[in-house]
Design a protein around this ligand. Structure first.
Ligand code: HEM
Length: 172
């Protein structure tokens, strides 16, 4: 560590009073199990089930086997249900942790995630009213996969770029 003050070093990253104020707020998780954020544990389920729904629709398109209509229906249902459960845990972090709430990146992730959940609901809904999976269900599955990538990317940025929910041990 250099003894030269940060503002006098040439390698110091550009900063501003706003960024410094944001960096002072804690970003530790409040919805956690022995220090592990529950939201991060839950998001794997909707992500996997969105991909499973898309896979079912593609296999149904290729084979015409009605088995894939049933797997698509159940995968779409549980993608929505587990997505809502994960969103409840994520929303609690957003509302209760000031360091998360004041970051624009948190709201970008939340907006993408809520859009995804709306698409998941529509994708389950079209299957319940027996609308044809081809093309409507397949189109919604593709859209859901795209928004899963967008929401997941921004969620990952919260953890990797902003250190949200990460507990870093001090060096000894
Ligand atoms: C309104 C709904 C949501 C809010 C407010 C929200 C908020 C958050 C927050 C605060 C984090 C940082 C980690 C933590 O504190 O737990 C995070 C991470 C993450 N979120 Fe969400 N989230 C929402 C919904 C979702 C959904 C539906 C998905 C599924 C696609 C998702 C995917 C992720 C991923 C992949 C991470 C990174 C986890 C990691 O790498 O450990 N989020 N989210």
């Amino acid at each position: 560590m250099s003894d030269i003050p940060r503002e006098e070093r040439n390698d110091a990253p550009p900063t501003s009073p706003v960024i410094e104020a944001i960096e002072r707020e804690g970003t530790g998780s409040v919805v956690a199990l022995v220090g592990h954020p529950i939201h991060a544990m839950m998001v794997h389920f909707p992500i996997a089930l969105v991909i499973a729904t898309l896979g079912s629709d593609v296999f149904y398109w290729i084979t015409g086997d009605e088995f894939f209509l049933r797997t698509g229906l159940w995968a779409a249902a549980f993608a929505f249900i587990t997505g809502v459960a994960a969103a409840i845990a994520g929303t609690a972090e957003l509302v209760f942790v000031k360091g998360i709430r004041i970051r624009v990146a948190s709201w970008t992730h939340a907006t993408a995630a809520m859009t995804l959940i709306s698409i998941m609901a529509a994708n389950w809904g079209v299957r319940l009213v027996e609308a044809p999976v081809l093309p409507h269900g397949l189109a919604l599955s593709v859209l859901a996969a795209i928004f899963t990538a967008v929401a997941g990317w921004h969620g990952g940025k919260l953890v990797l770029d902003h250190g949200v929910g990460v507990m870093v041990s001090p060096k000894r």
